[in-house]
Every structure is written in C-alpha cells, then in structure tokens.
Design a protein around this ligand. Sequence first.
Ligand code: ZN
Length: 354
Amino acid sequence: MKLDYMLFSAPNIVDKIKWTCNDCGQPTYTDGKTRMPKKCKCGNKKISLSDPLIMGGLYCWVTAFREAGGLGVMKATMAREELEKFDIVHVNVTPGHYSYVPQLREALGRSSSTKLIANVDYATTLWGNTDPFILKKVLEEADMVFHVESSGARRLSGVMGKEIHCIPHPVDVERLGKLKVQPSHPAVVTCHFHRYWGTWAPYYYATLNLRKEFNLRTMLVNVWGDSPIKVSLEAYFDEIVGNTNYMEFMQKVMAPAFANIDVTPDITYGRGIVEAAALGIPTIGANGIEAARTIYPELVVGSEEDNEIERHLRRLITDTEFAKIMSDQGIERCKFYSTKNSYERMVKAMEETR
Ligand SMILES: [Zn+2]
C-alpha cells in the first residue's frame, strides 16, 4: 500500500525531486505531488531518490513517504478537499499552535478515511507552561499521537490513558553517509548550541586545556550559512531552518569535524547526534538525550560535567582505535533512525491504533 502523506506546515523545502536510474544513471524529475516514476526511459524499474536531501527531523517524514512510493507534501491548508487527497495529515503540536488539530478535525469531520496524526513537539522539561487539560482535549481530536523520545511518550500515555508510541523523526542517514570525509586539520569539534538553554559554557570550559594541548578548534553550531544570519538565537526553529542551507551545513561544517559534543540539559531525542553519527562523527552527549544513550552509551556525560566531557574527548583524540570503534558504532546504530525504519514504525503504530 502506498500512503500519501501531508505535513501540515509551510512548504519550506524544494518541491523538485530528482530520481536516478540504478542502471543507466539517467535522471527523472517529479514534484512532491507526483508519485515515484514507475520506470526509467531505458525500461529499468530500479530507480532511486537522489535529491533533495531533506534535513533530518520532522521535515524528513516527507522523504520517508516519498521513498515508500507515496506522495510527500508540505502544505498549510485546512480545505477539506485538499486534506482528503491524503491518507495521512500530520501536525506538529506546539503549545503556541494548539488550535491546529481541532481545526483540522473540524475540516475533516469524524468519519474521514484521512488519518490525523499529531506529535507533541515539546521536550518534557518545557512542559511547565502547557495546560494538561487543553493538551489532552487537543490530542483527543487526532487519530494517532506520538512523541519522539520515550519519556515524553510515557508522560503522554499517562495524560491520555492509553499507550502513546515513541517514534523518533527520521534522518536520511543513507544519503548523509555519502557526505562522509576525512577530518580536517587542525581537528574541529562541533558543539551544539541550544537556544532554550544558551549552551556554550560547558563547551568552553571542558575544552579549555585540550584546545591548547592539541591545537583543537571548537565550533558552536546550529545556525550556519554564507548569508548574514537574519535571525537571533531566540528565533523559532522554522526561521533557523529557512536561513540554513542544510546541504552546505552538512558538507562544510559537520562532515569534516573530528568529534561532536551535545550537552543540552534537556530531555530530547537528539536528531543532531544521529546526523553526526551518519557522517562517522562520534558525539559526547548529555544523559538526557535518547540518541546519545542509544548510539554512544560509552560517551554519555552529565550536562555541565566539564571533567567528564574533557576525559572522553581526550580519549577520542589520543586513542585512535577507540575513536574508530565509536565512529563505526555510530554508522551502524544510526540506521535505526533511517527513513525506511521510521516509515515502518509509523505504519505499524497506525495499524495498532486502528
Ligand atoms: Zn535507465
């Protein structure tokens, strides 16, 4: 079954899709509203998605459904006739946009075959300003609810009185893996800045000695591009996305890095760690980040534990065998988050909800 998928969102990705024939290499172009071409002009039926590389996370669901042969579209519409063209309409629920799910339900009615899926886009540490009563009422309007990491899924299960699935958003690990390069000299360590927490201090203090000792460079990442940054670090995520060239960021900033550090003092999924893993870059990650615990349990640290971060980073620099093991482990374990595995998790969760 080919499922047609719509992410309820402003379309902030290119709609032109390039497919390449696995046999003759000829490209075929479609838009997001056209299914995967059945065969190449040469007659070969094995044809695969080449472009675009859509950033990991929420937007990458579009890729996951396109790859499975259905439509993958981003659109912000409440028109019933538009919504009903899809099997799935997916909404990312944030406390600032509670009305989307009930509004979409009103547009679709209660007996539509189009399934309304909602994921709660809020780390559990930030739930202090959500109203549990409103949250429950809003989510009851969806056919299926999920959360991207397990502690949020558990809390939601309690709120909703039923099992809420933990389904991390996909990362296109296969295509990202092709961008892998040798680390640059001098070695660069990428440090993930999180706007809610202003996470720069542990990176600075933990690498203070190592930067001098090994001529190490650190780079605070999350907003990057050739054009001047037009948004403040307090911006909304979609503004950052709009100002970041994902391919350029992955190729020029992330891929040549030697190691990555992400010590957000938060309870999160950790998409950035999965992306780094796909590039063969090990991450020293905070214990609240689920992907850090899953991919690199050996490198898990407390958020502000400068000494632990320093100890792990020193080991990665001085013990090349250990660094290689960590890099290989990441390349292997990140496959859990692939578009294909994510798609299968989503479809299974939908079937169980029925
Ligand atoms: Zn061909």
